[in-house]
Each structure stands twice: as C-alpha cells, then as structure tokens.
Design a protein around this ligand. Structure first.
Ligand SMILES: [Zn+2]
Ligand SMILES: [Zn+2]
Length: 279
C-alpha cells in the first residue's frame, strides 16, 4: 500500500501544481492514498504564507467525491508553527475537519531558514540547538497535530555542512520524548534524495533514538511541489525503515491514525502471488 502524506499544490504559495492533475498522476502511479498538506505559515513581522482554507477545503471535497472509487484523498495541512503564532493555528484547526496535520518548523523568530536569516550571526551548534528548542516549545503547548514534518530540516539549509546529531542529542531526545508522550509521531520526508542529502530526513540516528525511546508512529511523505515527485523513493525508504527495526507506518482519518505493515514492493507482490496460489 502506498500512502503519500506530504504533498503541495497551487494552494501553497511555493507550488504551481494543479490539484486535479496531481490526483490523476497519483492514480496512474498506483498510489492508494494521497494526503494534501498545503502550507500554512503565519509570520508576524512579514507576509504570511497562508492557504485559502475555505477554497482548499471545498475544492478537495469535490475531488474526493469525484475520484472516490479510484483513490482515497485526505484533507491535511502543513502548519509551519512558531511559539508566538500558536493561537492562530488553534483558531484554524477548530474551523475545519482536518484528517492530518503536519507540524513543521520553517522559521524561528519569523526568520526563514532557507534564506539563512535565522542562522546568520549564530554558531552552528547555537542555531541547531535553537531550532530544536523552538520545536519543543511549540509541542509542549500545542497538541493538535499528527506528526512532526521533516524533523531535522535545518540541515537542508546549513551552509556550514551537516552538524552531527550527537552534538545536540539532549535537545533532540527531549523533542522525541514529548512526541511519544503525546502519542504523536514523525514523518519520514523522502525529499532528502531530491536535495542530495547524505541521510534520510530525519536522519537514521534520530530515527534510531525515536525507536529506542518507544516511538512507533511514522508517516511517509514526498513533500512534492510538482506531480513528478509524488511518492518518490518510497520503496527504498521503506526498506531502510525495516532494516532500522520499524514495522509499520500510519494513515489518518479525522486525526486518528491507522497502522499498516511496512512492506517493500517485492515483499508485497510475493505475498499477493502466494495468495493466488493458495486460492
Ligand atoms: Zn515543510
Ligand atoms: Zn511541505
């Protein structure tokens, strides 16, 4: 079963992808379930990156009905939350029947990572430490989410190279413990290959700590902003997760997770042919 739980369309300000074309491509690729996670980032000091939630909800509801016999479509959002914007998200979350919320950190103090605004003037350990601390501050207060999106995304924009997780182990483990205590999970974001990162997002080290600490809830997301990237590298990543010791991944319906067995395509088709033989 393929379920891509992180995808953007033109409802997000950094994508031009038409939603219906994306749905048709997902059907063509054999994706069973597709959860849209349009960007929703409130910024206080500058222009926010917000999705038109009423229009998005209406459009997706129409497509959900139109394609209901061909694919399961889910209503999600990627909340790029900061501690000082929590109340805005609480208000939005209360207004819509979300299936799934990816909780991400794209800015700290309204400063963007991808523009190096946040990192500027800090040491590498300082901005990494500050980034995880900001996530911990948010999840200590805010619980209406499903999984943390691309947990170590700050590595993607680090002009000094990638910091060893061991240097910020304590704060990362605090984040993981909070996630687990709240029965929330992590996303494995397969765009790590698109960005030529040397590891998964989050890294194998973080995923190992998560598993050791008792973490079980995982989703897979391509973070695609165009249809060509849907469900990319899912099979490879599934194999790696199985090697690390994970057994399942989750899909969501009205914020409630359902667990499915992680299975590579090879294993899945092996089981299917076995079923045919047994019949
Ligand atoms: Zn993101
Ligand atoms: Zn995203």
């Amino acid at each position: 079963m393929i379920a891509d739980y992180h995808t953007h369309t033109s409802f997000s300000d950094d994508s031009k992808q038409d939603m219906e074309e994306s749905i048709l491509e997902a059907i063509r690729l054999g994706i069973d379930e597709l959860c849209f996670t349009e960007h929703h980032d409130y910024l206080v000091k500058k222009a926010s990156h917000l999705t038109d939630l009423p229009l998005y909800y209406q459009t997706l509801s129409n497509f959900k009905e139109k394609y209901k016999h061909r694919i399961r479509l889910k209503f999600g959002a990627e909340f790029g939350m900061q501690k000082h914007t929590i109340n805005e998200y609480r208000a939005d979350f209360a207004c819509y029947p979300f299936d799934f919320i990816l909780l991400s950190s794209h800015q700290v103090d309204d400063q963007e990572f991808w523009l190096n605004e946040y990192q500027e003037g800090k040491t590498q350990v300082e901005y990494n430490q500050g980034y995880y601390q900001a996530i911990l501050d948010v999840i200590t207060e805010y619980k209406d989410y499903s999984v943390l999106g691309h947990l170590d995304v700050i590595k993607r924009y680090d002009r000094q190279g990638i910091l060893d997780d061991l240097k910020v182990e304590e704060i990362i483990k605090k984040v993981l413990k909070q996630v687990i205590a709240d029965n929330r999970g992590l996303e494995v974001n397969t765009s790590s290959y698109r960005y030529n990162l040397p590891d998964l997002t989050p890294s194998r080290q973080i995923l190992k700590w998560y598993l050791e600490l008792g973490g079980k809830i995982l989703t897979l997301g391509s973070d695609s902003h165009k249809k060509a990237d849907l469900a990319e590298h899912f099979d490879k990543v599934t194999g790696i997760l199985l090697d690390l010791g994970f057994e399942s991944f989750c899909t969501y319906d009205h914020m409630v997770p359902t667990f499915h067995r992680l299975m590579t395509k090879e294993k899945e088709s092996g089981l299917k042919s076995l079923e045919i033989v047994l019949e």
